[in-house]
Design a protein around this ligand. Structure first.
Ligand code: GRF
Length: 195
């Protein structure tokens, strides 16, 4: 299976996915694509010999469709079987998503369906939740929605700051996403629950 990974920044989730796709793993990375030409993850991918591409979203301003038309070019050229959004910070239109329906995954730093959108760690602390975590889901037109393929839970400690909590959740993102991808690439949709 060919896996394309979309990033916006450092790409730590992309790296954990790339580093997991070795040996008898049924998938291999075929492209790392970013909406930011400066994304640190692009060099990390290139250093691992993975084809990369970047389409700066800013010249397109609010014209999402025009941006996605450009984004689709390297993506379709790479012929991915699966597309993984990994720290990708642009909302994709229903049209774009529909091209990859049933084969696009995303990782979101909350226990979905709680806390869709941004600032999830601060919101969980603010709400006084006892636990938080991350979710991998199939991408559908609705933001941070779609069937849950895996979750990892962490406790919220008293005095936790959003940054401290985010750092603990990120460690579990790096564990969860590769396990979900391997299961997904082998055709198994049973949700992964960690720890
Ligand atoms: C992190 O905040 C993570 O929770 C979310 O995207 C952000 C950047 O991730 N998934 P990455 O290091 O670029 O993978």
């Amino acid at each position: 299976k060919r896996v394309a990974i979309l990033i916006s920044g450092g790409g730590s989730n992309m790296l954990s996915l790339v580093d997991s796709m070795v040996g008898d793993h049924p998938a291999r990375p075929c492209l790392v694509l970013s909406n930011d030409v400066e994304a640190g993850g692009l060099k990390k991918a290139a250093d691992r010999g993975i084809p990369t591409a970047a389409v700066d979203h800013r010249p397109f301003k609010g014209d999402r469709a025009a941006f996605e038309e450009e984004l689709l070019k390297p993506l379709e050229e790479a012929q991915p079987d699966i597309v993984c959004l990994a720290g990708f910070m642009r909302v994709l239109t229903g049209d774009f998503v529909s091209r990859f329906q049933g084969r696009m995954l995303n990782i979101h730093p909350s226990l979905l369906p709680k806390y869709k959108g941004l600032n999830t760690h601060a919101r969980a602390i603010e709400a006084g939740d006892a636990e938080h975590g991350c979710s991998v889901h199939e991408v559908t037109a609705a933001l941070d929605d779609g069937p849950i393929l895996g979750q990892a839970r962490v406790n919220i400690d008293t005095g936790d700051t959003p940054d401290a909590l985010a750092a603990r959740v990120l460690v579990w993102e790096h564990k969860l996403y590769p396990v979900v991808l391997r299961r997904y690439a082998s055709g198994d949709r049973t949700p992964v629950l960690l720890p």
